[in-house]
Design a protein around this ligand. Structure first.
Ligand SMILES: [Zn+2]
Ligand SMILES: [Zn+2]
Length: 182
């Protein structure tokens, strides 16, 4: 997540797309989880259906800035409200991540670990999402199919998957687990 001030008027960029120059871009020291925003701003639709960008104004903006500030635990933004804040790259594709978890659930696809079961409500729903098709290799943006390309995995299994380049398959890590437990 980053915070920036929009420094020019929006201008037409492509068909139906508008763009504006941003200045004073600062990465937030602590990423703010979407569920935290959703709870604090229940009437705002974006956290329910996150996209990679959005424009926020008015009361939502004021409240959002306060929520982000509270979460950081420090006064991070300069005084004086910016005209617009832009949220970029919370996830590579939060909608795809969401769809993956909707389909496969939030237990690890390799070992079945559930953060909610192990740690209770505080950790409920926490899970990594692994891309089966490595993005680094494909320069062109391909459309991610959340069910074909993504799997929910716990951070341990995710780390093991990426111990090798190219990454181990889900099957291989499952086999490792089985072998190790004998
Ligand atoms: Zn796992
Ligand atoms: Zn991965």
């Amino acid at each position: 997540m980053a915070h920036a001030e929009i420094v020019t008027e929006p201008h037409q960029y492509g068909l139906g797309t508008y763009s504006a120059r941003a200045g004073s871009i600062a990465l937030l020291p602590v990423p703010v989880p979407i569920p935290f925003i959703r709870e604090g701003l229940p009437k705002w639709k974006w956290p329910k259906y996150p996209r990679s960008y959005t424009t926020i104004e008015g009361a939502v903006e004021t409240r959002l800035l306060k929520l982000i500030r509270d979460y950081q635990g420090v006064t991070f933004f300069s005084e004086g409200s910016p005209a617009t804040i832009t949220i970029t790259k919370y996830e590579r594709d939060p909608a795809a991540r969401h769809a993956c978890i909707q389909h496969y659930g939030d237990c690890c696809y390799v070992c079945g670990f559930s953060f909610g079961k192990a740690y209770g409500e505080t950790a409920q729903g926490y899970i990594h999402v692994h891309h089966l098709r490595e993005i680094a290799s494909a320069k062109k943006e391909h459309k991610v199919d959340p069910i074909r390309d993504l799997r929910p995995v716990c951070p341990n299994c995710h780390a093991v998957i990426h111990r090798r380049k190219p990454p181990l398959s889900i099957k291989e890590v499952k086999a490792l687990l089985r072998e190790a437990h004998h």
